[in-house]
Design a protein around this ligand. Structure first.
Ligand SMILES: Cc1ncc(COP(=O)(O)O)c(C=O)c1O
Length: 382
């Protein structure tokens, strides 16, 4: 089942089908499909034979077609950050969806309960209050929901702060009728901020050891963790290979960006923003792609044909590059930029222009943020 937003934007952008990517109205989000498929093939190969199975995080990709592509390649389901993403994924036919965060708020929990009728839905909790709110909603629908207890393994965001608290939450869940304990959410997000590989390995090991400790203590209290979910692109080689984890939540590996390119090798940059040279004054080239069109968090956004040129500055609608005699770009030429961080870049667009051999072969909608943000349409959640 397609959501109304997807149907709408497919029509709006349909005229780009068959067009050379270089002729798109810029800035435009461009997906190199062959490169993404190679990245997927590499991840599937790397994960072969491991205990942990791939459950890609789709909060960055925000795309039903990319989610399905990964499931078809063997992913056990997807992981989302928001209930809105879970609503769209479940409507699209993804059968196993994990919301890796706590869902709070009446409308959000109602949407969650509806999504639970369409797929095997699991969500994270870290407090008895979360469980009670979910139980109330599931009692109303008569459905059942599974939960992972989130444990804080070093990131300092969600998650119980002690083993004793994990046991308390598990005991609380055991008293509920509609909510069932399934295991642990143990995402070591702080490791992704560690550029030094050896230091990252050490931190990921500490996080996994802490997770192992909680698994053991819960088992002693009578609670078996069927699922232990965590890991990201920056730790897929270690957390993804740790037998204490049953799921790997890596997502950025598929499209990549400058940030993740510094953490792992072997994956290609499959996502770019097509831009146009709007000013050429001597050694300054200005592109029509500013901070409203590309995430510039990561310094040094390179131009694809000239990777040695790094952006000097981004204004809201302009990227400024200092170039030299090697650069023959002139007004009206197009070049691609590699995003500093793809999740925040994708979020700024309606659609991916899916490109093969330089030509747009498909239009894939980007899931909108949710109510209160652009693009959300009535009917998307029910
Ligand atoms: C809960 C959770 N799991 C996994 C990830 C890893 O995602 P990625 O592979 O995109 O780094 C993230 C990223 O923010 C996350 O929040």
């Amino acid at each position: 089942m397609s959501d109304p937003w997807s149907e709408h934007v497919r029509k709006v952008y349909a005229s780009n089908l068959g067009r050379p990517a270089r002729e798109l109205v810029t800035p435009a989000l461009v997906l190199d499909l062959h490169a993404a498929k190679r990245n997927l093939g590499r991840m599937v190969e790397q994960m072969g034979g491991r205990t942990a199975k791939l459950r890609p995080h789709v909060k960055g990709q925000k795309c039903v077609e990319l989610a399905k592509m990964q499931v078809q390649a063997g992913a056990i389901g997807v992981c989302t950050a928001t209930v809105w993403e879970a609503a769209v994924m479940s409507r699209a036919g993804i059968e196993d969806v994990l919301i890796a965060n706590q869902v709070v708020g009446r409308q959000k929990i109602r949407t969650l309960a509806q999504a639970a009728e369409r797929c095997r839905l699991t969500t994270a909790v870290d407090h008895p209050r979360h469980c009670d709110l979910l139980e109330e909603a599931m009692t109303a629908t008569g459905g059942r929901l599974e939960v992972l207890i989130e444990i804080d393994v070093g990131m300092g965001r969600g998650g119980v702060r002690s083993v004793a608290d994990a046991v308390t939450v598990a005991r609380h869940i055991a008293k509920l009728k509609h909510v069932r304990f399934r295991g642990l959410q143990a995402y070591e997000g702080h490791c992704m901020m560690e550029p030094d590989r050896e230091a990252r390995i050490g931190k990921a090991r500490q996080a996994a050891d802490l997770t192992g400790e909680v698994i053991g203590q819960l088992a002693k209290a009578g609670f078996k963790c069927e699922v232990v979910s965590g890991g990201g692109t920056g730790t897929y080689e270690f957390t993804g290979a740790d037998p204490r984890y049953t799921e790997l939540q890596a997502g950025s590996y598929l499209l990549m960006d400058m940030f993740h390119g510094k953490l792992v090798s072997g994956f290609e940059q499959a996502l770019t923003v097509m831009t146009t040279v709007v000013v050429r004054q001597g050694k300054t080239v200005v592109l029509d792609c500013g901070s409203k069109s590309i995430c510039t968090d990561e310094a040094g956004t390179p131009m694809k044909p000239f990777p040695f040129y790094k952006a000097r500055d981004f204004h809201e609608e302009h990227a400024l590059f200092d170039v030299d005699d090697r650069c023959d770009l002139s007004i009206g030429d197009t070049v691609e930029l590699i995003p500093g961080y793809s999740p925040s870049t994708i979020n700024m667009y309606d659609v991916y222009h899916v490109v093969e051999n330089g030509v747009v072969v498909d239009i894939w909608p980007v899931i909108p943020r949710g109510p209160g943000h652009g693009g959300w349409m009535a009917g998307a959640t029910s």
